[in-house]
Design a protein around this ligand. Structure first.
Ligand SMILES: C[S@@+](CC[C@H](N)C(=O)[O-])C[C@H]1O[C@@H](n2cnc3c(N)ncnc32)[C@H](O)[C@@H]1O
Ligand code: SF4
Length: 351
C-alpha cells in the first residue's frame, strides 16, 4: 500500500501548472492540516501493514511550517518501518535548514525539489519564483542536513530551450549531491497561463534523446520515460508502485486514492475539504478493461513492464511481431519496451 498526501498551497502559480494548488488560502493552513489528519486516520483503517511509500506532494509542502506536520507523523507512527520511503516535495524559495531538519527528524528520508532549470531566464519564462542560486543552495542544504535521497524535477521541450541552455543545466546536475532526476516534457494544461500560448511548448525528440543519453552518461539510468536514478536502490518506490498498479490511499484536497477497482476522490475545494474531510466528492468504479489499459500504458513506459498473461491471444501475436522488430522483449513473464519514447505508439498498436 502507498500513501499520497496533498498540500494545496503555493507561494505563486507557475505558468504551466494545473495541479490543485492556491496562492491565496494560506489563512486556512492550520485548519487544513487538522482536516488532513482526520482523513488520514480514517484512511489508515484500510491497511494493517506498514506502508511501502508515503509521498507528501503538492502544491508546495515547504510552504507550510514544519511543526504543522507533527500530528500527521504521530498518526503514521505504526505505518512506517525501516523500509518505508517517505518523500516530501520542496520548492527552492521556501526551503530552510530548520524545515529540512525538522522533517528529517519526523522520518522523511527523501526530498524532491521542483527546480525545473538552473537558467534564470528559463525560470522566469516558466513563472517560477526562485533563481539558480536559490536552487543550488536548497539542494546543498538538504545534503548538509543529511538527506542522501534527493530528487530534482526538471522541465524540457520549452520554446526557449537551446542546446547551450540544456547543456549548462546538465553540467550543473552532474555536480550535485542527488541520486534521482525526474525530467518532464512540458505539457500544456487547460486553465494555466500557458494554455493561451501553446507555442511555448515544442516537441523535439532529438533533444529528449540527447537529455536521456547525457543523464545516462552521468550515471543516471532511465527506469521510466521521465525518471532516472543513480542505481536500483534509488528508484522511487512510490513511482514504481503506481506503475505496478499497487493500491494507494489519497489524502487531502484534490488527492486521489485507488483500492482494487475503486478510485476515491476527496473534495477538491479546500474549504469544503476542511468542512468534511471524510466525504468523497466521487467514487469511481473502474472497468476491467480500463484497469488493463492503464496497466499496459504505465508498464510500457517503465521498467515495471506488463505481465504477459494480461494479453489476449491476438495481442500476443502482435507482441511477437514487435519482438522480432527488436522493439520489446519478454523476461520473467513480463513484457518490456526498449524505447520509452515509443511507449504510447506501442501501447496503441497492441490495443
Ligand atoms: C506538482 S509539482 C509539485 C512540486 C513543487 N511544487 C514544485 O513545483 O517545485 C511536481 C512537478 O511536476 C512537474 N510539472 C507540473 N506541471 C507540469 C507541466 N504542465 N508540464 C511538465 N511538467 C510539469 C514539475 O516539474 C513539478 O516540479
Ligand atoms: S509547479 Fe509546483 S510551485 Fe508551481 S504552481 Fe505547480 S505545484 Fe505550485
Amino acid at each position: 500500500m502507498l500513501l499520497y498526501i496533498h498540500i494545496p498551497f503555493c507561494d505563486s502559480k507557475c505558468f504551466y501548472c494545473s495541479f490543485n494548488s492556491y496562492t491565496t488560502l494560506f489563512h486556512l493552513k492550520t485548519e487544513y492540516m487538522k482536516a488532513l489528519n482526520i482523513q488520514l486516520q480514517e484512511e489508515l483503517k484500510k491497511t494493517k501493514e506498514p506502508l511501502k511509500s508515503i509521498f507528501i506532494g503538492g502544491g508546495t509542502p515547504s510552504s507550510i511550517e514544519a511543526n504543522l506536520y507533527d500530528n500527521i507523523f504521530v498518526s503514521l507512527e505504526n505505518f512506517i518501518d525501516k523500509d518505508t520511503e517517505v518523500t516530501i516535495e520542496a520548492n527552492p524559495n521556501s526551503t530552510t535548514v530548520e524545515w529540512l531538519t525538522h522533517l528529517k527528524n519526523l522520518g522523511v528520508n527523501r526530498v524532491s525539489f521542483g527546480v525545473q532549470s538552473f537558467d534564470d531566464g528559463k525560470l522566469k519564462f516558466l513563472g517560477r519564483n526562485h533563481n539558480k542560486t536559490m536552487a543550488l543552495n536548497s539542494v546543498n542544504l538538504a545534503s548538509q542536513v543529511g538527506f542522501t535521497n534527493i530528487n530534482l524535477d526538471i522541465i524540457y521541450d520549452t520554446a526557449i530551450d537551446t542546446n547551450k541552455l540544456i547543456n549548462n543545466d546538465l553540467e550543473i546536475i552532474k555536480t550535485l549531491p542527488i541520486n534521482h532526476i525526474s525530467a518532464y516534457s512540458l505539457t500544456i494544461e487547460e486553465g494555466t497561463k500557458f494554455f493561451k500560448s501553446p507555442e511555448v511548448k515544442i516537441e523535439n525528440i532529438d533533444m529528449a534523446s540527447y537529455i536521456f543519453e547525457k543523464l545516462q552518461e552521468f550515471g543516471f539510468s532511465q527506469y521510466e520515460i521521465s525518471n532516472f536514478s543513480k542505481d536500483e536502490n534509488s528508484r522511487s518506490k512510490h513511482n514504481f508502485g503506481y506503475w505496478e498498479k499497487e493500491d494507494y490511499l489519497g489524502v487531502g484536497a484534490g488527492a486521489v486514492g485507488c483500492i482494487g477497482d475503486k478510485r476515491y476522490y476527496p473534495k477538491k475545494d479546500v474549504q469544503a475539504y476542511i468542512d468534511t474531510p471524510n466525504e468523497y466528492e466521487e467514487i469511481e468504479i473502474l472497468k476491467d478493461e480500463d484497469i488493463k489499459l492503464e496497466r499496459v500504458f504505465l508498464g510500457l513506459r517503465s521498467l515495471a513492464g506488463v505481465p504477459y498473461n494480461l494479453f489476449t491471444k491476438m495481442e500476443k501475436e502482435k507482441i511477437a511481431i514487435l519482438e522480432k522488430e527488436d522493439k520489446i522483449y519478454i523476461k520473467n513473464n513480463l513484457v518490456f519496451n526498449k524505447d520509452f519514447l515509443l511507449s504510447d505508439e506501442i501501447a496503441l498498436f497492441l490495443e
